[in-house]
Design a protein around this ligand. Structure first.
Ligand SMILES: [Zn+2]
Length: 293
């Protein structure tokens, strides 16, 4: 595949993800402590319900508004009062504007606000994302940490540093022992890494280590993508996959192989059957790792 063909394929994926969100129903997974996950509109969305209103972690894609509205109504009476963005990507923040219009205060790391406020080019998707309308831009931002107490839940927001982007945060619900890891964790599938806004393979590995350090075998872990209810054991497999492929790709690059030669050598082969079945295919993931070693 030529670079031009690869880019065209990647750009098509953005449209594909947006269009596909309009069709499927939202699947609700009830966890514990009045916390659920909504699956089916871009990234996995966590919802905390209670007297302070609904608190969402990520907004999904705008065209899913009818299905998300229906799913939220099935969980509890509204309104949505708070929305936390794990990072700026469209499949997590495209729904910001409509959620703000129904009353959500939007909270994010300061880099996320920056990227949502300006035209943002993602080189590896060959795609220019336009700024959100003013209402969709997070109004409440922080640099490294933020604590909230809502619906009797202690919610901790923590900046990872550069990982999948440089604005990713983890969201921890302390009493329920639930971690939403955003796109630092893709359960059972190769992840996208956004070098255009500060992500890297080494940052992804560091974030995985931070997620492992912050959890136990009892913790429920919500990944940004992939099967939405996960565990520390599965997270460990993801981390080991990242490290294994990073080592293989670094070795090939050190030998002087070009990016295309490295892809042709199939450094992900041992992992492809399990991890290579989503939008980030083995060749695409190899190119992303190559860029950062
Ligand atoms: Zn993302």
């Amino acid at each position: 595949m030529s670079p031009r063909e690869a880019f065209a394929e990647a750009r098509g994926l953005v449209s594909l993800i947006k269009d596909s969100a309009a069709i499927p129903p939202i699947v609700i997974h009830k966890l514990r402590g009045n916390i659920s996950v909504l699956e089916g509109s871009g990234g996995n969305i966590a919802v905390l319900t209670g007297p302070d209103g609904q608190v969402l972690v990520d907004a999904g894609i705008g065209v899913s508004r009818p299905q998300i509205t229906k799913a939220l109504a099935a969980l509890s009476a509204g309104p949505v009062t708070h929305l936390i963005n794990t990072h700026w990507h469209f499949d997590h923040a495209d729904g910001n504007a409509w959620l703000h219009s129904v009353g959500a205060r939007i909270i994010a790391q300061e880099n996320t606000r920056k990227y949502l406020s300006q035209v943002q080019r993602v080189e590896d998707w060959d795609y220019n994302f336009t700024p959100l309308s003013p209402g969709g831009i997070p109004s409440d931002v922080f640099a490294s940490e933020r604590s909230l107490k809502l619906n009797a839940a202690s919610i901790e927001l923590r900046h990872y540093g550069p990982a999948h982007t440089d604005g990713d945060i983890s969201v921890t619900f302390a009493e329920a022992d639930i971690l939403h890891a955003g796109d630092t964790y893709w359960n059972g599938i190769y992840p996208f890494i956004d070098y255009s806004t500060g992500g890297s393979i080494d940052g992804m590995i560091a974030a995985s280590d931070a997620n492992l350090a912050a959890t136990t075998d009892q913790t429920i872990i919500i990944p940004g993508h992939g099967r939405p209810v996960s565990s520390r054991a599965e997270l460990k497999q993801f981390r080991d996959m990242l490290v294994g492929i990073r080592d293989n790709v670094a070795e090939l690059k050190m030998q002087g192989r070009s990016r295309d030669e490295t892809v042709a050598a199939k450094p992900t082969a041992a992992f492809d059957a399990e991890w290579g079945n989503f939008v980030i295919d083995p060749g695409f993931f190899t190119r992303l790792v190559y860029e950062g070693v």
